[in-house]
Write a protein that binds this ligand. Structure first.
Ligand code: IVH
Length: 668
């Protein structure tokens, strides 16, 4: 019996690992997710019934541990550098010439590998055990994300035959199918979408709760070394092979070539093959192969002289536009959307693209049935660039703007280039408005995502936003897929939302032009909803960062009869209409009079940090200048960081920010 269990256990271990490899490394899964889950569960069950069998490196160990309060910042044993970029064959040739010159006539061979568009990490093993994982941070110091990295399924926690100390440098990424699934789930829940897989991976690594990280199937790929004690590596191609032999995730696609022609051919080959990889790539990395020659060439303070990135042009694809649909936003603006025959673009499948507005459609003369060129330039929402007139079908007629609201049939008004539905009871708008109202950054009503909002409105339970405060458990329990418990939870969530700070409520109202930050500013300035309601344009422009246009929108919004009715009901329902002490500026706070700029990916949304800075007396601007006191820089900070350094502006990472904010700073 015991023997049989052991046999089955090892068989399952092998199988689950093999399927992990197929999924993460080769991007060609052989079995469905459900079949995988069955194997995985059987493995878990066996480990429970036979704890003595359990392998410490079992894939089931990747579940995450206790959440952290914040990340520690630690120094890299060897700094993590960046790469210089080239965009043309001419620039590539200049790099090759520079290498030849600096090697004084010695011939060099090269390693070519994919440039992974992920998040750079350094992973340290001591005596064969994974002991530490850091983000790149500013290159000198990074955040300690060990617990999060330990959840990564293709990253072994211990490895036989490693040198005494070895650090691997690589990229963490979210495989394309997992990214698509994650965004689908977030859309359903009414949560904001990640712009691209890189952004999703960066956000995930910044979660303080590694159990949450474990739920997202991140993967890693190694291509370099940091500190190494007790071994000597000779060349990049050897490193690639050795990474594979250790059973660590490495690049199975790399080329070892000689001469400029060899380099150029490898770059072309990679461009053809890269669509098959499970990670997004945006270029090739060309490295001088031999490590002794790399040492001779050395580095500048930012990037090595022995390597360069060759960036591929953003990807475009031609596909057929088979229909136009319309979306009605929360302010009633109608956005035309191109429904496309699915096409592969920069590693993702694209089937929709925004057409912005009807003037744009007319300008580009886009018609249903047309073949169009779509481009994705870094962001997930692709754009229709142009129409291929040669392939236009004879019967393709121009797209006419709708005469009435496509959702409620209400009247439309033209505003600048936009069409807006003006029906006060438009169901399309109501859905969007309620989604926005309940959203995490606004009233934060748990359980009221897109699907729930649609159910409430379709069932006729909510015809006006404020009616959510009158919903009862009995009414909710009658809805599809809604048990008594979830009905009770939702009613409780709705009740809790009444106590949100005033700034949140102002933001939740969805006033045109007013984002989370301006809503906070209005709350701070006026202190109560009553005062804000009465404010005229001339009062509103006195508020910091409120311009004339926003002031006019705010005043017009509060003049409307429907707004007055809404506020009256919210007041009666018991919503908080007064600024809480924490919302009012703290004069003499630790950031009093200090100007901040925020950049990069942080552990919470930027609005969160903005709120805190403002509540401690500081202000936040969009661009770095000589007047900036601090740059709060998260992961993958780009040009703002460079500019701040150039101007000598003090740069803070999150940990330093927390220290300055002090222990009394308002909770996040
Ligand atoms: S080598 C000192 N190789 O691209 C050597 N980097 O834009 C520096 N990257 O910071 C890195 N794929 O995060 C190297 N095959 C690869 C890479 C790679 C992606 C990232 C890395 C680097 C960034 C520079």
């Amino acid at each position: 019996m015991k023997k049989e269990a052991a046999r089955r256990y090892h068989e399952l271990l092998r199988e689950v690992r093999r399927h992990d490899h197929l999924y993460y490394v080769e991007a060609r899964p052989e079995i469905s997710d459900a079949a995988y889950d069955r194997l995985y569960r059987e493995l878990q069950d066996l480990e429970k019934s036979h704890p003595d069998l359990a392998d410490e490196n079992s894939p089931t160990k990747k579940v995450g541990g206790t959440p952290l309060a914040s990340f520690r910042t630690l120094r890299h044993a060897v700094p993590m550098q960046s790469l210089n970029n080239t965009y043309s064959e001419g620039e590539l040739q200049e790099f090759l010439d520079r290498v030849a010159k600096n090697l004084h006539g010695q011939a060099a061979d090269f390693a070519i590998e994919p440039k992974v568009d992920g998040v750079a990490v350094s992973v340290r093993y001591e005596h064969g055990r994974l002991t530490q994982g850091l983000t790149r941070g500013d290159g000198e110091k990074g955040d300690d994300i060990t617990e999060n990295l330990k959840t990564i399924r293709n990253l072994p926690l211990s490895v036989d035959g490693l040198p005494k100390v070895i650090e691997f440098r690589g990229e963490v990424y979210l495989p394309e199918p997992a990214f698509a699934a994650l965004n689908r789930a977030r859309e359903k829940a009414g949560e904001p979408l990640f712009a691209n897989p890189r952004n999703a991976a960066a956000g995930t690594l910044k979660l303080l709760d590694s159990r949450e990280v474990a739920k997202r199937p991140l993967a890693v790929v190694f291509y370099g070394l940091g500190e190494v004690v007790g071994a000597k590596a000779g060349a990049q191609d050897e490193l690639h092979r050795q990474i594979g032999k250790w059973g660590l995730p490495g690049h199975s696609w790399f080329r070892h070539v000689e001469g400029a022609d060899g380099v150029r051919k490898a770059i072309r080959d990679l461009d053809k093959d890269r669509a098959k990889f499970p990670f997004a790539t945006d270029g090739a990395v060309i490295k001088v192969n031999r490590f002794d020659q790399q040492r001779v060439l050395g580095s500048t303070d930012k990037a090595p002289r022995w390597a360069i990135a060759y960036k591929y042009a953003p990807e475009q694809a031609e596909t057929r536009l088979h229909a136009i649909t319309f979306q009605v936003g929360r302010t009633g603006v109608i956005t035309p959307v191109a429904e496309l025959d699915p096409v592969q673009l920069s590693g993702t499948t694209v089937s929709r693209a925004t057409l912005h507005n009807f003037e744009e459609i007319a300008r580009k003369d886009i018609r249903v049935g047309d073949w169009v060129t779509v481009e994705k330039a870094g962001e997930i929402i692709p754009a229709v660039l142009s129409v291929n007139l040669k392939r236009r079908p004879k019967d393709a007629g121009p797209i006419r703007p709708p005469a009435r609201c496509p959702v409620c049939g209400g009247p439309l008004r033209k505003e600048e280039v936009f069409l807006r539905c003006t029906a006060p009871d438009c169901v399309g708008q109501l859905k969007r408005r309620l989604q926005h109202f309940a959203h995490r950054g606004a009233m934060d009503i748990e359980g009221m995502g897109e699907v729930m909002v649609a159910q409430l409105i379709d069932a006729g339970l909510v015809q006006h936003l404020d009616q959510i405060y009158g919903l009862t458990e009995e009414q909710l329990a009658g809805l599809e897929r809604m048990g008594e418990k979830s009905a009770a939870n939702l009613v409780a969530g709705i009740a809790t939302s009444k106590r949100r700070p005033l700034g949140r409520l102002i933001f939740a109202l969805g006033i045109p032009q007013v984002g989370a930050v301006s809503a906070e500013a209005l709350a701070r300035h006026f202190g109560s909803m009553e005062k804000l309601e009465k404010a005229g344009v001339e009062d509103l422009v006195r508020v910091k960062d409120v311009g004339k246009k926003m002031a006019e929108e705010v005043a017009a919004f509060f003049r409307e009869a429907s707004t007055r009715r809404l506020l009256e009901s919210l007041r009666k329902a018991g919503c908080n209409f007064t600024a809480l002490p924490g919302e009012l500026a703290v004069h003499g706070g630790p950031f009093s009079g200090k100007k901040f700029v925020i950049t990069g990916t942080l552990s919470a949304p930027r609005e969160e940090f903005t709120r805190r800075i403002q509540s401690l007396g500081g202000s936040v601007a969009g661009t770095v200048s000589a007047k900036t006191d601090y740059l709060l820089a998260g992961e993958e900070a780009g040009s703002k960081l460079a500019k701040a350094k150039g101007l000598g502006v003090r740069v803070l990472n999150e940990a330093e920010f927390e220290r300055l904010a002090g222990p009394d700073s308002p909770a996040r």
